[in-house]
Ligand binder design. Structure first.
Ligand code: PMP
Ligand code: GLU
Length: 396
C-alpha cells in the first residue's frame, strides 16, 4: 500500500514501543518490571477524579470551546502569575490533548518546509518527529556527559542560521533529569537576544518534579517573552497521564494559530477531564509534594544501587523521574548467545533476559545510554536492580 511520504520521515515512538513489548510479555504471563514509559505509578488523586465525575453529572458532556474552558484558561493564567511570576492573558493559553499535542500545535503553527528547529541532545523522544511531521528540519546539538547533557551558549551560537525558527528543550529534562540553573539559562538567553527570529519552546512538564526546590524558567528573562512558548500539562505533576491534558502558553498570534489548527484536528480537549484539571489547579499541591517525596526516595535508592554496578556512568538526576546511565562499556560483550552491539541491543537484552523494560538512548539521540524510569515502587525498583545486575554480570 502506498502511504504518504511523511511516514518515511518518522518512526514509532520508542517509549511507547518498549512499553508495548513489555505489555506483550506480561500478557504471556511473564513478570515484567516496567521502567520504560515515563508515567507516575500513582493514581490520580481521588478529589480530582471526583471533580471529573461530578462534571459528567453536571452535563459536561458536550463539545468544549476549542482552546479550553475559560475557567480553566483563567486558572492556568493565575497559576502562572502566582507560581511563575509571569503575567499572561488567558487568550494566550490553549488547552490540548496532552502536552504532546500542544507541542504539535506550536510546531505546525510556526514551521514552513525547511525551517530549522534546534534540538539539544539528549532530547525528549517526540521533538524530532513532531518537527519532521510539521516539515521542519531538526538540527541536533550533541551535549555529552561531560557537560551534564546540557546545551552551552557557544554551541547554541554556532548552530543558529538564517533558517533557525525555534529551539526546543525540556527542563527538568526527559531523559537525563538535568535542570538548567538560572545562570545557565541567562547565558543561553544572552545568545538568543542576538537572534530575534528564534522562538524558544520551553517544555516545563516536569516543573513540579524537581529535587532542588526551585524551578528556573527562561520566562524570567522578560525581554525574551515575546518569543517564548511554554509547554506544560497535567500528566506528570498531577499523575493524570491518561486524561490527556496539556497546554501551551504563547504570544497571542501563535495561540490563535494553535486554536485554529486544534479546531480542525480535535475540536479541543475532553470536556469533563478539563473540569478535573481545573479542580487540580485550584487545590493545594500536597498530593504533588507527596509524589515528589516518593520519587526522591526512589531516585536516591536507584542512584546508590546503580553506582554499585560496574561500567555504568551517570549524573544524579535533579528533576523528572528518569536515570540515564551510559552503558557503552557493555558494547561488544556477549552472554554466549548474542553480542550486545549498542544500546538498542542492551535494552532488548534486559527486556528478554532480565524482564525489565527500559528505553534505548538512541530514541533520545544519545546512543551510548539507556533510560530507566523510576516512577515505580521501591519494591519493584529493588527487584529490577537485582535482575539488571545479574543480566549485566552475565556479559563478558
Ligand atoms: N514533554 C515531555 C518532556 C514529556 O516527557 C512528555 C511525556 N509525558 C510530554 C511532553 C507529553 O506529555 P503529555 O502526556 O501531556 O502528552
Ligand atoms: N513522555 C513519556 C515518556 O517519555 C510518555 C511516553 C510518550 O509520551 O512518549 O516515556
Amino acid at each position: 500500500m502506498q502511504l504518504a511520504q511523511r511516514l518515511n520521515r518518522i518512526t514509532e515512538s520508542q517509549t511507547i514501543r518498549m512499553t508495548k513489548l513489555g505489555r506483550e510479555l506480561k500478557a504471556k504471563g511473564i513478570d515484567v518490571i516496567d521502567l520504560s514509559i515515563g508515567e507516575p505509578d500513582f493514581d490520580t488523586p481521588a478529589p480530582i477524579k471526583e471533580a471529573a465525575k461530578k462534571a459528567l453529572d453536571e452535563g459536561y458532556t458536550h463539545y468544549p470551546p476549542v482552546p479550553g474552558y475559560p475557567e480553566l484558561r483563567k486558572a492556568i493564567a493565575e497559576k502562572l502569575k502566582k507560581e511563575n511570576h509571569w503575567e499572561v492573558s488567558p487568550e494566550q493559553i490553549v488547552v490540548s490533548n496532552g502536552a504532546k499535542q500542544a507541542i504539535a500545535n506550536v510546531m505546525l503553527s510556526l514551521l514552513d518546509p525547511g525551517d530549522e528547529v534546534i534540538i539539544p541532545t539528549p532530547y525528549w523522544v517526540s521533538y524530532a518527529d513532531i518537527t519532521k511531521l510539521a516539515e521542519g528540519t531538526p538540527v541536533f546539538i550533541h551535549c555529552g556527559f561531560e557537560q551534564q547533557y546540557k546545551l552551552r551558549p557557544e554551541q547554541l551560537e554556532k548552530a543558529i542560521t538564517a533558517k533557525t525558527k525555534a529551539i526546543i528543550y525540556s527542563s527538568p529534562s526527559n531523559p537525563t533529569g538535568a535542570l538548567y540553573s538560572k545562570e545557565e539559562l541567562a547565558a543561553l538567553a544572552e545568545v538568543l537576544r542576538h537572534h530575534p527570529q528564534v522562538f524558544i519552546i520551553s517544555d516545563e512538564i516536569y516543573e513540579y518534579i524537581n529535587y532542588v526546590g526551585k524551578h528556573e524558567s527562561i520566562t524570567q528573562f522578560q525581554d525574551l517573552i515575546p518569543r517564548i512558548i511554554v509547554i506544560n500539562g497535567f500528566s506528570k505533576g498531577f499523575a493524570m497521564t491518561g486524561w490527556r491534558l496539556g497546554y501551551s502558553v504563547s504570544p497571542l498570534p501563535i495561540a490563535k494559530a494553535c486554536d485554529t489548527i486544534q479546531g480542525q484536528f480535535t475540536s479541543g480537549a475532553n470536556a469533563f477531564a478539563q473540569r478535573g484539571a481545573l479542580f487540580a489547579l485550584e487545590s493545594n499541591r500536597d498530593a504533588c509534594q507527596h509524589m515528589v517525596n516518593a520519587f526522591r526516595e526512589r531516585r536516591d535508592f536507584l542512584v546508590k544501587a546503580l553506582q554499585s554496578i560496574p561500567g555504568l556512568r551517570f549524573h544524579v538526576p535533579e528533576g523528572a523521574f528518569y536515570l540515564f546511565p551510559e552503558v557503552k562499556s557493555y558494547f561488544g560483550k556477549s552472554d554466549g548467545q548474542q553480542v550486545i552491539q549498542n544500546a538498542d541491543d542492551l535494552a532488548m537484552y534486559l527486556l528478554n533476559n532480565a524482564y525489565v523494560s527500559t528505553v534505548t538512548g538512541s530514541a533520545f539521540g544519545e546512543p551510548d545510554c539507556i533510560r530507566l524510569s523510576y516512577a515505580n515502587s521501591l519494591d519493584k525498583l529493588q527487584q529490577a536492580v537485582e535482575r539488571i545486575q545479574k543480566a549485566l554480570k552475565a556479559l563478558h
